[in-house]
Design a protein around this ligand. Structure first.
Ligand SMILES: [Zn+2]
Length: 161
């Protein structure tokens, strides 16, 4: 996926996340979009820094980097949400390119892609970006709305209330 695709994906994802996390449509929704959107967009741009430093689609396109950004806020209390941007960048590079990325770098240099991956330069890459964004938001919505609801109902049944 090219830079434009990564930025658009991050912006659309942030808008969607803002509404999922704060569906009121009020000023609070707008605030949530900013709070989540800025770090997500920065995270979505970060992996391609390895076009200049290191090996592209390897050095900053792997699971240890993602784990590092996921864990960072737990230990240091900032950079929250950046990992979401990193993750969506990986998903787009896997689905929105023929080449894939080296998920297990530096342990294993193999690049993993999808057989349905579309060429970065093709027209279909924009469509793929939208499909990926919608799928990501659907998964997040499932986690935010459906699973807690089911858990709540299950515990209610177990308690017999
Ligand atoms: Zn990339």
């Amino acid at each position: 996926m090219n830079k434009k695709g990564h930025v658009l994906n991050a912006v659309l994802l942030s808008l969607g996340l803002g509404y999922i996390l704060e569906p009121s449509g009020s000023l609070e929704t707008f605030r949530t979009i900013l709070v989540v959107g800025v770090p997500v967009t920065l995270g979505a741009l970060f992996p391609d820094v390895d076009t200049e430093f290191g090996k592209h689609r390897k050095t900053l396109h792997n699971l240890p980097i993602l784990a590092g950004f996921y864990a960072f806020p737990i230990f240091f209390g900032n950079l929250e949400f950046v990992w979401i941007g990193i993750l969506t960048h990986y998903v787009l590079d896997i689905a929105g390119s023929k080449r894939g990325i080296a998920l297990f770098y530096p342990l294993w240099k193999k690049e993993f892609g999808l057989p349905i991956g579309v060429a970065v330069s093709s027209k279909r890459s924009d469509i793929m970006m939208v499909i990926v964004t919608v799928a990501e938001l659907a998964i997040v919505a499932l986690f935010v709305f459906e699973i807690p609801q089911r858990g709540f109902e299950m515990s209610r049944q177990m308690l017999g209330v």
